[in-house]
Design a protein around this ligand. Structure first.
Ligand code: PLP
Length: 413
């Protein structure tokens, strides 16, 4: 049976894009992974987590193994409410609701599922998190890229796009997906003034904002103000959070907070139920650990790693190569003039260092029916993403040196 007969048009449209994860480089053994957006191994509290599981099972016996009933899983919800309140985000249970999800990604998928289809459009930052692009492509081809600068999303460009679409009677976007704080892949943060202006624009043109806050807790100096905390209308912003970058991505614990009708709809489509055991284990860990101290260690460690990466780049890179200076998060975005970073990658891998080419962080061209589209778009050709989160300072030094040498070699410097 061929795909045409097997799948309905919506699925056929989605299957024409490159396979999920096509951007992930095959890293040879021994190569240094400046590509990996993973936490540092030493910051995953495995010993404390084992103790929490012991406490959980001693106290609750078989309860967390059932569909529901664990006090600690309930505690996780209360912890999330307290955490959100500390960020200025109220969850009143009536107008604004909370849904615990299997990581931020499940939240994004459920949002797309209830708000998008092939007749709808979504705005994204360009560049943006490639897995969010993969999710949106499953539902619509209308992914509208809005450029960024060092202050985050360019609101002048956004306004132009919106005005032009309105004037030409094109479908208006249902929502904007944004990572306003320590963005993946650029490390940029949307300025406070732009946050307020963005909310005004969203009201004026009547679109929702999906705020992905995966890195919001990893600030090096000042805690950022969440867009959701500025949402005076209360139903303009859906805030998506996660423990992946601060506790461990394998736990798959995240949350979505937003207008009750949207969260209700997401709950209808969330058919994997609660993940009671892991939610209870995380709830137990958070109750018994000194989480603020752990977060402080996380921030100091990544700040030092980031400083180190910026220092190494300045020491090793050719003078015309430039990069961003993030105030938090995991990533540095590097501009390599005159180099196609997709073509550079095999050379870098051979030299023993991996990164993610900029190409993959832009919406893929819309595939023609029956054809397999190439990944990415040309906009990111001279850019690459480096992650400082997962490698030791020694590995980082070696990786940056190898990358600088590979750049010089392909350019014939
Ligand atoms: C911006 C952004 N959102 C979400 C995620 C994934 O989060 P989770 O593991 O909670 O699904 C990532 C991971 O790289 C990310 O960079």
């Amino acid at each position: 049976m061929n795909k045409r007969e097997l799948f309905p048009p919506s699925v056929r449209a989605a299957l024409q894009y490159p396979a999920p994860g096509a951007w992930m480089p095959e890293v040879p053994p021994g190569a240094i992974r400046l590509s990996a957006g993973y936490p540092d191994t030493s910051l995953i509290p495995t010993a404390e987590f084992v103790r929490s599981i012991q406490v959980l099972v001693q106290e609750e016996r078989d309860l967390p193994f059932h569909y529901l009933g664990s006090r600690y899983a309930t505690n996780l919800r209360q912890w999330a409410r307290n955490h959100l309140a500390s960020r200025g985000i109220g969850v009143d249970g009536a107008q604004t609701q909370l849904l615990i999800t299997a990581g931020a990604i499940q939240g994004l998928d459920l949002i797309a599922r209830v708000l998008l289809d092939s007749t709808r459009a979504v705005l994204v930052e360009a560049p943006t998190y490639m897995e969010a692009l993969e999710i949106f492509q499953n539902y619509t081809d209308e992914i509208i890229a809005v450029p960024m600068d060092a202050n985050g999303l360019r609101l002048d460009a956004l306004e132009q796009i919106l005005a032009a679409r309105l004037a030409t009677h094109q479908v208006m976007p249902t929502f904007l997906y944004t990572i306003p704080t320590f963005q993946n892949p650029t490390g940029y943060t949307l300025s406070d003034a732009r946050r307020r202006r963005l909310l005004h624009l969203a009201k004026r043109y009547d679109f929702l904002i999906v705020e992905d806050d995966a890195y919001g807790e990893i600030f090096f100096q000042h805690p950022p103000v969440a867009l959701k905390a500025l949402d005076e209308e209360k139903d303009r912003v859906i805030h998506v959070g996660s423990l992946s970058k601060v506790l461990g991505p394998g736990l798959r614990v995240g949350w979505s907070v937003g207008p009750a009708p949207i969260i209700d709809a997401m709950s209808v489509f969330k058919k994997d139920l609660d993940h009671t055991f892991v939610e209870a284990a995380v709830g137990c860990y958070l109750e018994h650990s000194d989480w603020p101290a752990q977060l402080a260690t996380i921030r100091t460690t990544y700040r030092a790693r980031c400083d180190e990466m910026l220092h190494l780049l300045a020491k090793s890179m050719p003078p015309d190569v430039t990069w961003t200076t993030p105030q938090g998060g995991y990533f540095v975005w590097v501009h390599v003039p005159g180099v196609d970073t997709l073509a550079l990658l095999p050379h870098a891998l051979q030299a023993g260092v991996a990164y993610i080419p900029g190409y993959y962080f832009y919406p893929a061209p819309i595939p023609a029916e029956g054809a397999v589209a190439p990944a990415g778009a040309c906009a990111g050709t001279e850019y690459l993403r480096l992650s400082f989160s997962h490698v030791s300072p020694t590995e980082m030094a070696c990786g940056i040196e190898r990358l600088a040498a590979a750049i010089r070699a392909v350019r014939g410097d």
